[in-house]
Design a protein around this ligand. Structure first.
Ligand SMILES: [Zn+2]
Length: 263
């Protein structure tokens, strides 16, 4: 069974790499191909693990090295699917956690590489997460939709505040659009996180995400200052941190909220 789970995770890892190589450019899936010269990959290169074993790590047309990310994602997907298998207590809970995590991993990869959260990912994910929420006996349609609404509302507010902040920093010039700390993609991400973890978990998931991003920013600023490469406003992708918060709540629950509610 473990072997089957590992193969399943591996296949999804390869699919995540393939989507992360095509969606940011075409907004739709395209055949696995070299990101540098767009030559199609031979079937053995569709997966990173056999590609590195068979020594076809470089593109056979332009000899550009394959991204290390493709190997990392496949290994993470295998490890993740086995962990979810041990965590889950029913086939439904396994498949829900597996699909939710696969979507989140895809969003992390694209956000880190392109600072983009694509509607072509988040819109189908929203539908999928609502369906998975209905299949979960501990969820209800109300909790799922309320989670999504709270995620959207909270981050739409932050998005509006961020826009005001960026406009003031840039002195009224409207060139701050691509440097805005929190883009609209983060609003859609917060919405689907709400759909995935439901209400009230969404509150803790987003708080943990914001806190993690804040701590990382501070550490990053200190690091840059020590290397004397300080710049006032370096946007970091918010998505991966929000997803870490979402994963935390999805797998371990909302201990913070429980403590507050029990006070
Ligand atoms: Zn190439």
């Amino acid at each position: 069974m473990i072997i089957a789970i590992a193969i399943l995770g591996w296949a999804f890892g390869a699919a995540i790499n393939w989507l992360a190589d095509s969606l940011p450019f075409f907004r739709k899936p395209a055949m696995p191909r070299c990101p540098a010269c767009t030559a199609p990959f031979s079937p053995i290169s569709w997966f990173a693990v056999p590609a590195i074993i068979a020594r076809v790590w470089r593109c056979e047309y332009c000899s550009t090295r394959r991204q290390t990310r493709t190997l990392l994602v496949e290994i993470l997907a295998i490890a993740g699917s086995i962990s979810i298998y041990f965590w889950s207590n029913s086939p439904t809970s396994f498949w829900s956690a597996f699909l939710v995590s696969a979507v989140f991993l895809l969003i992390i990869v694209i956000d880190m590489e392109h600072k983009l959260i694509l509607h072509v990912v988040t819109f189908p994910a929203a539908v999928l997460f609502i369906v998975l929420g209905l299949l979960n006996p501990q969820m209800s349609l109300g909790r799922v939709l309320l989670g999504g609404a709270v995620g959207f509302g909270l981050f739409f507010l932050l998005y509006l505040l961020g826009g005001i902040f960026a406009r003031n920093v840039s002195g009224g010039q409207d060139n701050a659009d691509d440097e805005v700390a929190l883009g609209f993609g983060d609003v859609t991400l917060a919405t689907i996180i709400g759909l995935a973890v439901g209400f009230p978990g969404v509150i803790e998931a987003l708080l943990r995400g914001i806190l993690a991003a804040g701590l990382f920013s501070i550490a990053y600023l200190i690091f840059m200052k020590m290397r004397r490469r300080y710049s006032a406003f370096t946007p970091i992708p918010y998505g991966p941190f929000l997803i870490l918060g979402a994963w935390w709540v999805y797998f371990w629950g909302w201990a913070w909220l429980e403590r507050i509610l029990n006070m």
